[in-house]
Write a protein that binds this ligand. Structure first.
Ligand code: ADP
Length: 742
C-alpha cells in the first residue's frame, strides 16, 4: 500500500473517530438533560409526599382526640343509663348468648340478697337453682325440678312468653325476657304486686256485684211469682163478678179491675222475663215450628185491634223460603208479638207489614232469616233511636205519652235475639213510620215439605182487585209462583172494565171504597160472568153473613197464608169454571149423635167427678165459682195429703192440683196417685194449677206424673176444655148438657 493510501486511510479513520466522538458527546449531553429533569421531578415528588404524610399525621391527631371525646361520651351515657336503670324499681338484667349474667341492677339482685354467688358471670340455670333451694319463689304444689324445667324451657324458647312468679314475700313479679340477634337476653322483672292485688279486689267486687244482681233478679222472679197468686184471686173474682147481675157502673168497675189485673200480669211477665235473662237463667227450648204459621197466628190476634184503627196488616213471606225451622217458637213469638204489637200501637193509619226474607246457607241445613216489621206510624226521633233498646226507655214526648207499655219489650227482644245469636235493628223516619228488623240463623227443620198443590186445569189468568198497592203486589207474587198470570186493579169499577172471558178467576178485597167486594160479585154475576170469585176479608165472620155470599166461592181471612190461598184455589177444582149455586155455601156441621151415646143418655148418666186440691181459700172460692156453671160433682182437698186420700175415696174423673201446698205438695201427691193407679190400671188426668212461671217448672211438673199444666190466673175456658176432654162415655156432658160427649 502506498503512503498516500495509508495517509488517506488514516485520515478517514481519524474523521470517523471524530464523528463518533461528536455523536457520543451529543448523546451524553442528552442523557445529562434527562437526568436533570428526572432529578427535578423526584425532588417535587418528595416535597408532595412529605406534605401528604404531614396531613395524615394531622388527621391521626384529630381522630385520636375525637376518639377520646367519644369515649368520654360513651362513658357518660353508660353511667347515666346505669344510673337510670338503678333508679327504676323493677329488676333489669342482661345475659350473654351462653345465658351468663352480664349485669343486673340492684332491684334485680335484691331478690337474691345475701347470696354472693349471684353476680355477673353466674349462669341462668344456677340462678333457678338458688331460687328454689333458698325458697325465694312460691312454686305452689309443683316439685322444684318441674318448676325449673318449665322456667328453663321458657327461657330457651326464641321469644319467651311473659311469666308471672310469686316470691316468698307474697310479691308478684312479671318476667319479660327479650332475646336479641346475637343471643343476648334482656330480662325485665316487673313488680306487679299492686296491680294483682287491685285486680283481685276488682274481681271480688265484681263477684259481689254479680251475686247481688243475681239475688235481685231472683228476688224479682220470686216476687213476680208471688204476685201472680193473689192476682189469680183478683182477676178471677172480677171475671166471676161480671157474670152476676150488675148495674152498668158496677160492670164498669169490675171490668176495670179485671183489665188492670191483666195489665199488671203482663208487666209482671215482662219483669220476670227480664230478670231471668239478666240472671242468665233463661234457656231456649228448641223444637220444630212453622214460622209462617206463627206469624199468621200473631197477625190474626192483632187483626181486631188493627181493624178498629183502620190499619191494614200485611204479610209478605219469601216464596222460596222454607217455613219449618228448629228454634224456640215461644220466644220467637214473644219477639214478634212485641215488634208487631208496637207497630200496631204506634200506627194510626196506613199499614203494618211483616216481611220475611232469607237465604238457605250453603250447608243446606240452616237458613239466615230476616224478619222486617214496617209501619207507617208516628216514627221515632233520630236522637232517640239509639236508646230504645235500653230498658225502660220510651220515647217520652207529647205524642206517645198516651200509649201504654213497660218500656221493657224491646230490651227483652234484643236480649232474646242476642241469645239466639242474631241481631236486631231499627230505622225510623219521624212522622212517617219505622222499620224494625231482626236476623237469625235457624236450622231448617227436617219435616219441611214441598207444597203439593194441584191447581184446576185451565186456571191461567186471575183478575186481582185490591186497593192496597203492597198487598196487590204480594198477591201477584204469590199467584205468579203458581204459574197464574194476573191483571191487577185497585177498585171494583176498574175491575168491571177489565173483566173479560179470558179471566179464569177473580180475587177481590172485601172492603173497597165506593163498591165493596160483594157488590162487585153481584155486578159480575149480573153481567153473566160465572168465573169463581175468591174474597179476601179482614173479618171473615162478618163477611160470611153477607147476602151476596152465595156469589163467592171462597172467603179467606186477610192476610192470607200462602198455603190457605193455594188450597182455596185447589178446592176450586170442583167448581171450575164456576156455576154459582147454593151448594157452594158453607154448611153448618150437623151434630151426629151415635146410637151408643143415645142409649147411654137414656140411662141418665152420672155427673163428672172433679177433685181440686188447693190450699188457698180465695183460690178455692174462685175455682168453685168458675166451674159453677158446669154440671159436675166437685170436691176440694186442702193439701196434697188430703188429695191422695180423696182420690181413693171419691174416684174422680179429673184432678186439678195446686203445686205449692203445705204438708204435701202437688208433685208428691200426684206421684202417690200414680202409684195407686199402678194397681188399678187406670189413669186419671191430673192438671197442674200453678203460679210458677220459671223455666224448667213445667218439665219438673210433668215429670212428676201430671198430664197438663195451667198457669194462674186460671181461665174459665181453659178449665172447661180440660173438663170436657176428661169426660168419659156414660157421663153427662159437664159443659153443654145438650151435647153428648165426643
Ligand atoms: P213499650 O212497652 O213502651 O212499648 P218497648 O221497649 O217495646 O216498650 O218500646 C220502647 C219505646 O220505643 C216505646 O215506648 C216507643 O216510644 C218506641 N217504639 C217502639 N216501637 C215503635 C214503633 N213501631 N213506632 C214508634 N215508636 C216505637
Amino acid at each position: 500500500m502506498s503512503l498516500a493510501n495509508k495517509l488517506a486511510e488514516e485520515r478517514r479513520a481519524r474523521l470517523a473517530a471524530e464523528r463518533l466522538l461528536e455523536q457520543k458527546q451529543a448523546e451524553l449531553h442528552s442523557a445529562n438533560r434527562k437526568l436533570g429533569k428526572h432529578a427535578l421531578a423526584l425532588s417535587e415528588e418528595i416535597v408532595e409526599t412529605r406534605a401528604e404524610v404531614q396531613n395524615v399525621l394531622d388527621e391521626n391527631e384529630r381522630v385520636k382526640s375525637d376518639l377520646t371525646v367519644a369515649n368520654e361520651k360513651v362513658e357518660i351515657a353508660e353511667r347515666r343509663l346505669w344510673h337510670s336503670i338503678e333508679t327504676i324499681q323493677d329488676g333489669f338484667a342482661f345475659f350473654d348468648a351462653d345465658s351468663r349474667l352480664i349485669a343486673a341492677n340492684n332491684a334485680w339482685l335484691s331478690v337474691f340478697d345475701g347470696l354472693e354467688d349471684v353476680q355477673p358471670g353466674i349462669n341462668y340455670v344456677e340462678i333457678l337453682q338458688f331460687a328454689t333451694e333458698e325458697g325465694l319463689v312460691n312454686i305452689g304444689d309443683m316439685a322444684p325440678h318441674e318448676w325449673r324445667e318449665q322456667m328453663l324451657d321458657r327461657w330457651q324458647s326464641l321469644s319467651p312468653e311473659p311469666e308471672i312468679i310469686r316470691l316468698w314475700s307474697g310479691e308478684y313479679i312479671k318476667l319479660v325476657d327479650q332475646r336479641g340477634h346475637g343471643g343476648d337476653v334482656v330480662s325485665l322483672a316487673l313488680n306487679i304486686t299492686d296491680t294483682v292485688r287491685y285486680e283481685g279486689r276488682l274481681k271480688e267486687a265484681r263477684r259481689k256485684a254479680e251475686a247481688a244482681s243475681r239475688a235481685k233478679s231472683s228476688f224479682l222472679a220470686n216476687m213476680s211469682h208471688e204476685i201472680r197468686t193473689p192476682m189469680n184471686g183478683v182477676v178471677g173474682m172480677a171475671e166471676l163478678l161480671m157474670d152476676t147481675e150488675l148495674t152498668e157502673e158496677q160492670l164498669l168497675f169490675s171490668n176495670t179491675i179485671k183489665n188492670s189485673g191483666e195489665a199488671l200480669l203482663v208487666i209482671i211477665n215482662d219483669v220476670l222475663d227480664y230478670s231471668k235473662i239478666e240472671a242468665e237463667k233463661l234457656v231456649l227450648h228448641e223444637e220444630a215450628f212453622d214460622l209462617e204459621r206463627s206469624i199468621h197466628e200473631l197477625v190474626m190476634l192483632m187483626q181486631a185491634n188493627a181493624r178498629d184503627k183502620g190499619i191494614e196488616l200485611l204479610i209478605d213471606y219469601d216464596m222460596f223460603l222454607p217455613t219449618q225451622f228448629e228454634g224456640d217458637p215461644g220466644r220467637i213469638r214473644q219477639i214478634l208479638t212485641n215488634l208487631l204489637g208496637n207497630a200496631v200501637k204506634f200506627t194510626d193509619s196506613g199499614h203494618v207489614l211483616v216481611r220475611v226474607v232469607g237465604v238457605q246457607n250453603t250447608d243446606e241445613v240452616t237458613a239466615k232469616l230476616s224478619v222486617i216489621i214496617e209501619d207507617t206510624g208516628i216514627g221515632i226521633p233520630d236522637e232517640k233511636v239509639a236508646h230504645i233498646f235500653g230498658e225502660f226507655n220510651q220515647v217520652d214526648d207529647e205524642r206517645n205519652r198516651k200509649f201504654e207499655g213497660t218500656g221493657l219489650g224491646l230490651a227483652i227482644s234484643e236480649k232474646l235475639i242476642r241469645l239466639m245469636g242474631g241481631e236486631i235493628w231499627v230505622e225510623s223516619d219521624e212522622g212517617k213510620g219505622s222499620v224494625f228488623g231482626f236476623s237469625i240463623t235457624l236450622p231448617v227443620s227436617g219435616v219441611s215439605q214441598q207444597n203439593d198443590f194441584h191447581l184446576p186445569e185451565g186456571l191461567k189468568l186471575a183478575l186481582v182487585v185490591e186497593p192496597h198497592d203492597l198487598n196487590r203486589s204480594i198477591l201477584e207474587k204469590q199467584l205468579s209462583t203458581l204459574g197464574i198470570n194476573c191483571i191487577t186493579c185497585s177498585d171494583a169499577h176498574a175491575a168491571l172494565n177489565l173483566m173479560s172471558n179470558e179471566v179464569d178467576l177473580i180475587l177481590t178485597d172485601h172492603h173497597m171504597p165506593e163498591m165493596d167486594g160483594f157488590e162487585l160479585a153481584e155486578e159480575l154475576r149480573g153481567a153473566g160472568h160465572t168465573q169463581p170469585i175468591v174474597l179476601l176479608s179482614p173479618n171473615t165472620g162478618f163477611a160470611e153473613q153477607d147476602p151476596a155470599r152465595c156469589h163467592i166461592q171462597s172467603v179467606l181471612q186477610k192476610p192470607v197464608p200462602r198455603k190457605e190461598l193455594f188450597s182455596a184455589l185447589t178446592a176450586l177444582e170442583g167448581v171450575f169454571p164456576a156455576v154459582p149455586s147454593e151448594e157452594v155455601l158453607p154448611k153448618k156441621p150437623k151434630t151426629i149423635v151415635s146410637e151408643a151415646d143415645q142409649s147411654d143418655a137414656e140411662k141418665s148418666p152420672r155427673a163428672l167427678r172433679v177433685l181440686a186440691a188447693e190450699d188457698n181459700k180465695t183460690n178455692r172460692l174462685v175455682f168453685s165459682k168458675m166451674v159453677k156453671a158446669f154440671d159436675i160433682e166437685l170436691k176440694f182437698a186442702e193439701n196434697g195429703k188430703q188429695a191422695v186420700e180423696f182420690y181413693k175415696a171419691f174416684n174422680p174423673d179429673i184432678v186439678f192440683m195446686d203445686i205449692s201446698m203445705p204438708e204435701m205438695d202437688g208433685k208428691e201427691a200426684t206421684t202417690r196417685i200414680r202409684k195407686v193407679e199402678k194397681d188399678t190400671g187406670c189413669h186419671v188426668p191430673v192438671v197442674a194449677m200453678t203460679a210458677h212461671a220459671m223455666d224448667g217448672d213445667k218439665e219438673e211438673i210433668i215429670a212428676s206424673g201430671l198430664d197438663h199444666y195451667l198457669t194462674k190466673p186460671l181461665r174459665k175456658d181453659a178449665i172447661a176444655k180440660h173438663i170436657t176432654h176428661a169426660c168419659p162415655v156414660g157421663v153427662r156432658n159437664p159443659v153443654n148438657a145438650d151435647q153428648p160427649v165426643a
